[in-house]
Design a protein around this ligand. Structure first.
Ligand code: FES
Length: 122
């Protein structure tokens, strides 16, 4: 048995798009971000020197792709990179992976929504 449980952290109304909550779950701080219609849970613990990663800024990144004809460039701005407030290591909140060095990642957790309540499985 994994011992994981479902923990209510917010209502979906409290977690509007591009907002976050940081909850204490079984003695660990876990942040839940609302981004692009989904919820992403990330440990509030930077793997560099244990800084409060999820208290940092969300950074806008740009993704470029070509249109159907292969010529027209499209640019989409995404805000899914959290920047650690201590030394600016950067991680993608949707995967936990470092955007600067693929050897590194921070823990992420499953989320669920039921009856307007947002849960973390941890
Ligand atoms: S503790 Fe997060 S970058 Fe150093």
């Amino acid at each position: 048995m994994s011992g994981r449980k479902r923990h209510q952290v917010a209502t979906s109304e409290e977690l509007d798009d591009a907002s976050r909550v940081i909850a204490d779950i079984r003695g660990r701080e876990i942040a839940v971000f609302s981004y692009d219609g989904e919820y992403y849970a990330v440990a509030n613990h930077c793997i560099h020197q244990a800084g409060p990663l999820c208290e940092g800024e969300l950074q806008a990144t740009r993704e470029f792709s070509t249109g159907e004809d292969g010529w027209e460039w499209r640019q989409q701005e995404k805000k899914q990179v959290i920047v650690c407030p201590w030394h600016a290591w950067r991680f993608d909140i949707t995967t936990g992976e470092s955007v600067d060095d693929d050897r590194y990642a921070v823990p992420t957790y499953e989320t669920e929504v039921e009856d307007g309540q947002v849960f973390v499985i941890a």
